[in-house]
Write a protein of this length. Structure first.
Ligand code: RI2
Length: 305
């Protein structure tokens, strides 16, 4: 199977998952595809790049990091289309490599910036399995050696167990709860902060993340607990400027139950309104959700032209 198809299936089946990981894995696949291409004609190669990008974009519908990564590659291909083909391939490979490195750097910066928000003795709740949120919490632990973490199971795919195992491996005292215990446990354990990742940040500051995020945000609001979103700028949605919001992935209902004769819904994401988000940590610093447009203007000027 070629690299594009393989990566498409890896992402679709969630063997590769997490908004940042799917973007960098898809970018890596494009890089390998370009490097290995035997195509001698640049326009034909660019057409194949376009087809490959559109296949990868379809692997999962919600995380905007994926189309953003693919659009960056398409833009770069367009920019260099007048080069001699071997030079084109070389430049494309190094541009994609830089892009991947930038994402890794962004993750490190967010961990550094975000960890400063967590104080000694804080109890932090996280939902699902966001690499970005987890890096913040691990960095806070490295500094304080004295925090507690609460992980929600995150039905139906139980990504919360991955988070709990990761915290355990890092030596962080961790409590695992069922999703529906969030409100009760936030009160009982006196949770100080909620930190979650994002699959998309819209221009108005609304955040799309794993199903269940928005109800935790409402609970946090009720209890006056900081609700913090950790999101690299690649997760900001330029399309939301013109009113297009990524579609909420509806997954196979057998992930929940094999029961028949009733209607079953299995949305994978929900939308947390900006009014419930206290701050968004990006690689460039901490912003209020209302400042999402500034990030979009700064980082995605090229797509908005
Ligand atoms: P990072 C995940 O989606 C979760 O919703 C998580 O919060 C978000 O991506 C961001 O993850 P899924 O792939 O990029 O588990 O922070 O459906 O790792």
């Amino acid at each position: 199977m070629d690299i594009i198809k393989k990566t498409y299936y890896d992402i679709k089946s969630m063997r590769v998952r997490g908004a940042l990981k799917i973007a960098t894995t898809a970018a890596k696949a494009m890089q390998t595809f370009i490097e290995n291409s035997k195509e001698k004609n640049i326009s034909r190669l660019i057409s194949k790049i376009k087809i490959s990008a559109s296949i990868l974009k379809k692997s999962r519908p919600t995380a905007v990091s994926l189309p953003n990564a693919m659009n960056f590659i398409l833009y770069s291909a367009e920019e260099h289309k007048n080069l001699e083909i071997s030079k084109f391939k070389k430049i494309m490979s190094s541009e994609i490599q830089k892009f991947i490195q930038n994402q890794e750097n962004a993750l490190d910066s967010i961990a550094r910036i975000g960890s400063r928000l967590i104080n000694k003795e804080d109890t932090v709740l996280t939902h699902c399995n966001s690499e970005t949120a987890i890096e913040i919490i691990k960095a806070a632990w490295d500094r304080t050696k004295n925090i507690d973490v609460v992980c929600t199971e995150t039905r139906p795919r139980f990504q919360g167990y991955l988070s709990a195992k990761e915290f355990r491996a890092h030596g962080i005292p961790t409590t695992l709860i069922i999703d529906s215990a969030a409100h009760y446990i936030m009160k009982k354990l006196e949770v100080d902060k909620v930190i979650v990742g994002a699959d998309a940040v819209c221009v108005n500051g609304d955040v799309i993340n794993k199903i269940g995020t928005s109800q935790i945000a409402v609970c946090a609001d009720e209890m006056d607990i900081d609700f913090i979103v950790a999101a690299e700028s690649i997760k900001f949605s330029p399309e939301s400027i013109v009113g297009k919001i990524s579609s909420i992935e509806e997954r196979d209902t057998t992930e929940i139950t094999k029961l028949r004769g009733i209607k079953i819904l299995n949305p994978a994401f929900d939308i947390t309104e900006a009014k419930y988000v206290d701050m968004i940590i990006t690689e460039d610093g901490i912003i209020p959700p209302q400042a999402a447009y500034n990030i979009l203007k700064e980082k995605f000027g090229w797509t908005l032209k």
